[in-house]
Design a protein around this ligand. Structure first.
Ligand code: HAM
Length: 424
């Protein structure tokens, strides 16, 4: 019986790895242009970290975490909490008051798998810790937009403010009072959320809940003067950076640590999974985890969703590995020297492939095509005796004699020279 991967856990096959590498390289490049440094954390953390940061009444903590209950540890469902834990544990703010960090890696949530929604998924996560200025919010959002632009992806950006511990509680009370009036019309989840996490009712996707909350009070009308000022400044700074956005007063986010600015990069091309990336400010989070009173803002983008979107929107072929040269050793005398030649070429940094099966030239050329070799060096016993091979340009199919004189080291140098000049 075949053993298959677990539902919601997916292999990333060599065909698609090129696209993943491209996304990761571009992300690293852009993050570093903005001064972010990479940090890597463990996948397992104490469960309490996520309960305290993401929030007890969130879907993630209530029902989606992979927890080893007897050990009190959980596979991280996101990266922000772990980054903050590491930031506090190592006192990173002492070295540098504003820390700009990013990480790339797998996250785990026990959700119902569907297109763009997995149980093991990967995030590109960026955080700027220790800065309060609204321009920082705009800069970070602009960095996310730059990644989308450089990957040729079209997404829309939505923006909201969730206020702060001053202005959110009275808003919540007003919202609960509003929801209670029409509670019978809400779905079962929203009935429950009205008392556990009322803000979440605002972004329920069910049509009748959507219709009901159209007239709900808006957080944006309830912002305190400081939050209102911050929100306006973020918008001005985004406009100055020429980043288009729309305000969506119904966006609430699924994690409890957010304050003030929240945002999402959205697409209509991935069915039900509209969010390619999302984030926001979390001004009280570090302190609530026992750290200094520092604010922060960040976002995470889903690698699976970016890769899917690239397939749909940008028809670029994943790069994949292209071999520089394929050595087709056709005779029993040539196999030994050719295998050493391949080894020397690899040592010199060349992507070299070789077939040890002694198959026919036709079969070996076919194999050279499969590994996308740029050149094939054909060496039969007779050519070998004449200290000669045939170099075939796999693209133009032109063939020319190639002198194989001197030691194998010298032959390797000749080949290197030839590959170098033909690349130019
Ligand atoms: P999030 O909205 O939960 O935020 O996730 C961010 C992104 O991760 C989503 O927009 C989506 O692209 C991807 N994602 C989430 N769940 C899945 C899934 N099950 N399958 C595939 N992709 C998924 C956060 O995680 C926050 N930590 C973001 C943040 C960073 N806020 C501040 N700093």
């Amino acid at each position: 019986m075949k053993i298959q991967a677990i539902n919601g856990f997916k292999d990333i096959l060599p065909d698609s790895v090129g696209r993943w590498q491209l996304i990761e390289q571009r992300a690293r490049d852009i993050f570093e242009r903005f001064g972010l440094q990479e940090i890597r954390m463990p996948i397992l953390e104490k469960t309490e970290l996520f309960v305290r940061s993401i929030g007890e009444a969130t879907d993630v903590v209530e029902k989606e975490m992979y927890t080893f209950a007897d050990k009190g540890i959980t596979m991280r469902p996101e990266a922000t909490a772990s980054i903050m834990r590491a930031f506090i544990e190592h006192g990173l703010h002492v070295q540098q008051p504003v820390q700009r960090l990013y990480t790339i890696g797998p996250m785990f949530r026990h959700e119902r798998p569907q297109m763009g929604r997995l149980r093991q998924f990967h995030q590109l996560d960026a955080e700027i810790i220790g800065a309060v200025e609204p321009r920082i919010d705009a800069e970070l959002i602009a960095m996310g937009q730059m990644l989308m632009d450089e990957l040729d992806l079209t997404v829309s950006l939505e923006l909201n403010s969730l206020g702060c511990p001053e202005c959110r509680p009275p808003f919540k009370t007003a919202l609960v009072a509003f929801l209670e009036q029409s509670i019978e019309g809400l779905c079962e989840d929203c009935k429950r959320r009205t008392h556990t996490n009322p803000l979440r009712v605002l972004d329920c996707k069910k049509p009748h809940c959507r219709a009901l909350v159209q007239d709900a009070p808006s957080m944006l009308d309830a912002l305190c003067p400081e939050c209102d000022h911050h929100f306006r400044e973020v918008q001005t700074a985004l406009q100055a950076l020429q980043i288009p956005f729309q305000i969506n007063r119904f966006m609430v986010r699924g994690l409890d640590y957010y304050t003030r600015t929240t945002f999402e990069f959205l697409t209509t091309d991935l069915g039900a999974q509209a969010a390619v990336g999302a984030g926001g400010r979390y001004d009280g989070l570090i302190q609530s985890l026992g750290g200094p009173a520092l604010s922060g803002i960040g976002f995470a983008m889903g690698l699976e969703r970016i890769a899917l979107l690239m397939e749909q929107q940008a028809d670029s072929q994943p790069a994949g590995t292209v071999m520089d040269i394929f050595l087709a050793a056709l005779g029993s005398d040539t196999l030994g020297p050719c295998s050493l030649l391949a080894h020397l070429l690899r040592k010199a940094g060349i992507k070299a492939a070789i077939d040890y099966s002694g198959r026919s030239l036709k079969a070996q050329l076919k194999q050279a095509g499969r590994v996308r070799a740029r050149f094939t060096l054909i060496v039969g016993d007779e050519e070998w005796a004449r200290q000669e091979g045939i170099l075939r340009n796999m693209h133009t199919q032109e063939q020319q004699p190639f002198a194989l004189s001197g030691s194998l080291e010298q032959q390797c140098l000749q080949l290197l020279q030839c590959l170098k000049t033909t690349t130019k």
